[in-house]
Design a protein around this ligand. Structure first.
Ligand SMILES: NC(=O)c1ccc[n+]([C@@H]2O[C@H](COP(=O)([O-])OP(=O)(O)OC[C@H]3O[C@@H](n4cnc5c(N)ncnc54)[C@H](OP(=O)(O)O)[C@@H]3O)[C@@H](O)[C@H]2O)c1
Length: 336
């Protein structure tokens, strides 16, 4: 598997990673045994970066990843986890974002315990806390590196100004943000900032939460535990938007059809072609998807195919409900 260099502090990962979020919550039926097999298959074929977070299923996702890493698998993995979203341990209710130094320390200790490992390879701030100067948050993250609890540092959904302030005080290797054929907002100035500051990029939801695969065609295709069903959580899955977006996926399918590649593979290959320091982290809980997604590295899209994909058109609906986006994206106005 091709490897990619992420940032300037020595982090290298296979060009395709594995997102573990859907293995325990939000994307339908849970099958932990199958998920563990999926993680093992990924590591077996050379996928290295496993992405989780303390908030996924209120810690149960980290525990699942930790269980998969026992028995010698840990050495093959780059364990990437995140802190920052607080949830009630009993109810799972979201309690807001915290980047307070004492919180970061406690969160790191708790993640290490749940994962059952001595150090975290990549520790990421999940969302910037607009109440806490980012210098304070990444300052304590750097202390965790100095203490050997963490190897590399990353941010998620941070804005260019946040990133600049963070790199001034801590060695930031990665930015993780949504990026796919359906979500291209990072092309405005975020990717340029990463390039200038030599920060690697982890493209999350690279398959548009599954929409870009064309696998879900009707409401009935989502099981009752799937938060994408009826578009209750994600506007791009809402009736009306869903059909419009599926029609766009036909173009993605057509690009790969000639050479026998799937829409998922075309979507991942398109991301890999954007910059040499992007690693998409598709999520799956199925063994067979691992091989399919990994094979996307073999697909070299021609200039003509890239042009067709670039001209795909806008999906209908925002990536998250509109009301939840501004708080993460805009630094507070001066004086607020
Ligand atoms: N930093 C953040 O705020 C943030 C936010 C969201 C996600 N993430 C991270 O990014 C990772 C990936 O994002 P995501 O899971 O939201 O979305 P995604 O990777 O765009 O899509 C995942 C969905 O696609 C399906 N899928 C995967 N490969 C497929 C294939 N080859 N053919 C057909 N279907 C396929 C999966 O279903 P099956 O499981 O059934 O295969 C799953 O339902 C997450 O696991 C998480 O680690 C981070």
């Amino acid at each position: 598997m091709e490897t990619r260099s992420l940032g300037k502090h020595g982090l290298e990962a296979a060009a395709i990673g594995l997102g573990c979020m859907g293995m325990t919550e939000w994307y339908g039926h849970i099958d932990e045994k199958q998920s563990v097999r999926t993680i093992h298959r990924a590591l077996e074929i050379g996928i290295t970066l496993l992405d989780t977070a303390d908030m996924y299923a209120v810690g149960r996702n980290e525990q699942l990843v930790g269980r998969a890493l026992t028995g010698g698998w840990r050495d093959l993995a780059i364990v990437a986890t995140k802190f920052g979203h607080r949830r009630d341990p009993e109810t799972g209710k979201f309690l807001g974002v915290s980047g307070r130094p004492e919180y970061v320390r406690a969160a790191c200790e708790a993640s290490l315990l749940r994962l059952g490992i001595d150090y975290i390879d990549l520790y990421q701030q999940h969302r910037v806390d607009r109440e806490v100067p980012i210098e304070e948050t990444v300052g304590v993250m750097k202390e965790l590196v100095d203490e050997g609890k963490v190897l590399y540092l990353g941010l998620s959904e941070a804005q260019p100004e946040d990133i600049r302030r963070a790199v001034a005080v801590a060695p930031i290797s990665t930015l993780q943000t949504e990026y796919s054929l359906f979500e291209r907002h990072v092309e405005n100035d975020i990717l340029d900032t990463c390039e200038e500051l030599v920060i690697g990029f982890l493209a999350y939801s690279p398959l548009g939460r599954g929409l870009l695969t064309g696998r879900w065609q009707t409401e009935a295709d989502f099981d009752e535990a799937d938060t994408r069903g009826a578009g209750t959580t994600y506007p791009r899955f809402q009736p009306g938007n869903f059909e419009h977006n599926l029609a766009l996926v036909e173009t993605v399918k057509a690009v790969g059809a000639g050479e026998g590649y799937t829409a998922a593979q075309v979507s991942l290959a398109w991301l890999l072609a954007q910059r040499s320091w992007i690693v998409p982290i598709p999520g799956t809980k199925r063994v067979e998807r691992i091989d399919e997604n990994a094979a996307a590295v073999e697909l070299m899209l021609t200039a003509q195919e890239l042009a067709v994909l670039d001209a795909l058109g806008e999906p209908a609906g925002t990536r998250y409900p509109e009301a939840s986006i501004p708080a993460w994206t805009s630094p507070p106005l001066p004086g607020t």
